[in-house]
Design a protein around this ligand. Structure first.
Ligand code: PPE
Length: 327
């Protein structure tokens, strides 16, 4: 699905036109994968447009940078304001928000430290990640022949652009073989995650998910689901998951900002449970929709976006809180 442009992208402290948001071909990031990013969704809830767990996503971004000896040029609070403004300015009712920090143009060579740290925030309309019927019918996946990056080669905990070369191999291979997505094992042979999702297994009423030591990204949706499960009285176990559990499971599902809660229908052609959406998966989906559709927010997870500015000249030239200086 090609990107559908919106009017503005925020770049290095100010709004620019979508087609003007460009970088030089000799920017460090192009050559060495030096970027860190987030994927965040804004939902059209019954109480208005709201961004889901904005603060938690931006804190993860800050941590991703730390793992690469880099400080964010703006504070989390400043970037929160920017994300809200990107949605508002572009008059988006629901969208995917992509803040990205990257090493720009300066020096070229492996050491990035002399290249500027640049920041952009874009947003666009993005539909279902794994197909329109994924949430209701489930997806067919394989166990990838590509293992997940090992934690002592690059930190899987960081959401870094370079990590996604590993994810790309997983995704391409799975699609070439006729599956919707692939699940990687870590280098010890234990279940890790999907190319862009965390994985959960249900067996005998217990919810299992791999620990951080299995080279996973600490997913915000993963945390959301664990929170719901605990409240529902469903035991949650974070522990090594052997591959066999994927085939023996009663229920299996992915979590992610893009994928939300997507049931897995089969693994390597083996049908999961009875092939439908299992009761625990369904219950967790319902809980999720209560927040992002109904706008129920007992956890303070929603950041509501105020109505868009009126289309007046004054609104365009007014000084604003999102023209930011680097810290
Ligand atoms: N693991 C990986 C490797 C991953 O990329 C994601 C998100 C997750 C787990 C789940 O994390 P969270 O979104 O915080 O629950 N993948 C993002 C990027 C997808 C893309 O194609 O780009 C996303 O879902 O936004």
């Amino acid at each position: 699905m090609p990107l559908k442009p919106v009017p503005y992208i925020w770049m290095n402290g100010r709004f620019v036109r979508w087609h003007q948001a460009k970088i030089h071909v000799l920017s460090h990031v192009v050559h060495y994968g030096s970027s860190w990013f987030e994927g965040i969704r804004a939902y059209k809830t019954r109480r208005g447009t709201a961004i889901f767990r904005l603060h938690d996503h931006l804190r993860r971004l800050e941590r991703s940078l730390r793992m690469y000896y880099t400080e964010m040029p703006y504070t989390v609070e400043e970037l929160e304001r920017v994300c809200v403004e990107v949605v508002r300015r572009n008059r988006l009712e629901q969208c995917y928000i992509r803040p990205i920090v990257y090493r720009g143009y300066g020096d070229l060579g492996v050491n990035p430290m002399d290249c500027p740290v640049e920041v952009a925030v874009a947003a666009w309309e993005w539909g279902a990640y794994l197909g329109s019927e994924a949430a209701t019918r489930g997806v067919d996946v394989c166990v990838s022949s590509w293992q997940r990056i090992a934690s002592n080669t690059m930190p899987a905990m960081a959401k870094a652009g370079g990590n996604y070369l590993n994810s790309q191999l997983v995704r391409i291979e799975s699609v070439r073989h006729g599956y919707d997505e692939g699940i990687s094992l870590d280098i010890f042979g234990m279940v890790s995650e999907g190319s862009g999702e965390n994985v959960f297994v249900v067996m005998d009423g217990v919810l299992y998910t791999p620990p951080l030591s299995a080279s996973i990204l600490p997913g915000v949706t993963r945390h959301t689901v664990i929170t719901f499960a605990r409240e529902e009285g469903i035991p949650v176990v974070e522990s090594s998951i052997p591959r066999g559990m994927l085939y023996a499971a009663d229920e299996l599902f992915f979590t992610g900002t893009a994928a939300e809660i997507t049931p897995i229908r089969s693994v390597d052609g083996v049908v999961v449970g009875n092939g439908g959406v299992g009761p625990i998966t369904r219950r967790l989906q319902e809980r999720f929709y209560q927040v992002v559709r109904d706008g129920e927010d007992p956890y303070g997870w929603l950041t509501f976006v105020p109505p868009a500015p009126r289309r007046t000249r004054a609104a365009r030239v007014a000084p604003e809180a999102t023209n930011l200086r680097r810290r």
